[in-house]
Every structure is written in C-alpha cells, then in structure tokens.
Design a protein around this ligand. Sequence first.
Ligand code: PMP
Length: 361
Amino acid sequence: LALANAGVEKLHPYQPGKPVAELERELGISNSVKLASNENPLGLSPKARAAIERSLPELARYPDANGFALKSALAGKLGVNTDQLVLGNGSNELIDLVFHTFVAAQQQVVFSQYTFIVYAMATQAHGAQAVEIPAKDFGHDLDAMAAAITDQTKLVCITNPNNPTGTFLTKAELAAFLAKVPRQVLVILDEAYTEYVAEDERHPSIDWLAQYPNLIVSRTFSKAYGLAGLRVGYMVAHPELISVLNRVREPFNCNSLGLAAAEAALNDEAYLSEVVELNRREMARYETFFEQLGLRYVTSRGNFITLDLQRNAAPVYEALLREGVIVRPIAGYGLPTCLRISIGLEHENQRCMDALAKILA
Ligand code: PMP
C-alpha cells in the first residue's frame, strides 16, 4: 500500500487496556476492579443520566452540528465567547484535528518524555518530526522545551497535570514559558485533569488566551465529568484559530447523547464536588499506604497515581491481575518500572492496596 508518509508506516496502535470481560475470562476470575484508564469511578452524574434519557426519542435525528447548547453553557461557565470553542469526539479527536489543520509534514512538534502518547502518535501519523525533551522529575522541563523551539517548530504540547505521571506545572512556570514562545508556534495546553486541581493552584489558562493567540486549551468530559464512553472534549482558543478548526472538523463529530449529557454534567456542581473530594481523600490514602510500605511514587494532581517499583513492574502487574486488580503498566511510555493506578472507589482502592501489600510482602 502507498501510504501518505513514512510516519504512518511505522505507527504502532494505541494500546488501551483490554476489555474487563475478556481479561476476566482469560484469568478465570470475576468481580475484578479496573483502575487502569483514569475513568470516573462514581459513574454518571444523575443529571447527565436524566439528560440522556430525555434525548433518546431524538436519536433518529442528526445531532446539532454546531453543539449550540453545550457551547453556550461552556461559554457562560468559562467566561469566553462561543466562537472561541470547538467541540470534539473526545479531546483526542481535537488533538488530531490540530495536527491535521496546522502541522505540515517535516515540521517539528515539541513535547516531553513521559507524556500522553497521542502526541507522539499524531506527530508520526502526520509525517512531522517529534522533538522529545527528556523529563525532569517525571514531568516537563519547560526551560529545555522552550530552548528546543526552532524555525521549524510548529507546535508545542504540554499536559498539565501530566498523564501518566501526574506531575504539575505551576502558573508561574507556565506563564514564563508562554512568554518565551514565538507567536507563530502553537501551544496545546492539555488540561484533561484540570478539575482535580485545587482551585487556588489551577493556572488561569482561559485568561491567558487574550494575551496569547497561539494558545489552545484542551479539556474533556471523560474524566471528572464521568462521560468517557460518550466522547466529548473541547478546545478553547482565539476565534480565528477556532474558526479554522470548525471548518476542518467533521460536521457531526459529537453525538446527541454526548452533547446533552455534557451540558447537564457541566451544570451538576454537586456531582463534580463529590468526584473531586473522593479523589482527594483516596489519593491521600494511597500516598500514606505507599509511604508505609516504603514505595516510591510520583506526587500526582490527576485522578491516578504512578508507583515506581524501581524494578521491572511487569510481574507485579501480572500478580495484581491474578488478584483481580487491573492497573496500567506504562512501559510503553518508557517507564517499565512503574505502574499507573487510577483512583477508584474506597473499596476498590482497598482491594488494590491489600493486593499490593500481599504481593510485595
Ligand atoms: N489528554 C490526556 C492528557 C489524557 O490523559 C486523555 C485520556 N487518556 C486525553 C487527552 C483524551 O481524552 P478524551 O479523548 O477521552 O477526551
């Protein structure tokens, strides 16, 4: 087959966790707990569920191609105009859309080692050149990233909090970085986990948009809003940039159920507080547990925590599976000694901790 570019030829598929039913069948177990994909353990917000039910009779119709209601709700919440918003089938689709729209073959894309793997994949799929900057303390080395920008650089990708390590860049660090980036270079600031960050620590990324027409803030309804299966994400940026993305994207990229559920979830503040509070409480419990066992972990601001076993983590991953606890090995991210554990419900986390204590005893 003649492919569009050499990058496509070398592309490896994204490796999601196996479906739970398949894993359970293979292992001959039932009632496993899945702490592998940074999903929301509380399930749907009741308001989102009601919105989905209300939308069912409309499913024979096409969705609203412009997502008017969701964009209006988001604009109100974020204090931006609707022409600063583009909606996607998950933020993943939008990341790809940015590459498709702006990144030409051979141009350079700068990102950090140990960051969300889709940035490397999209770079390769579009025949662009990856400039991967070695991580500093498991997170982004912003000085080195700024220094790596050249005349060939088109895009810089920053994930904050970072996945899979959970590291966090402060407002001061990010503000200093943005000031150094030339205006012709786009910056995606991926904030998939931003809702988990305490409000006083969160960086004012939306306010920075007025100052930086090259900044694209990316967010999702898959994590704190609990809608991973419905695939809704959004980007916020300068209207000119958004207008191009809206012309290039597919007209019906977001489905009716996702649009309705996202709007309802956005307005369910009680649910969001519960989600964030559960995560804060259970994260603290994992930290205490790791400290008691003398295990190394990376301090995380996301809904997951990365444990560094300082030896090949694969046998521990396998042993956890046999105990019915599914976590995420991240050797594919270059971290073969680490396991990423998504924060679950209290009893799920307890199972994970009990299994780890047993395996590592
Ligand atoms: N960005 C980051 C940093 C992520 O971890 C994820 C999901 N794993 C995404 C984007 C994509 O999420 P979605 O497509 O579900 O919005």
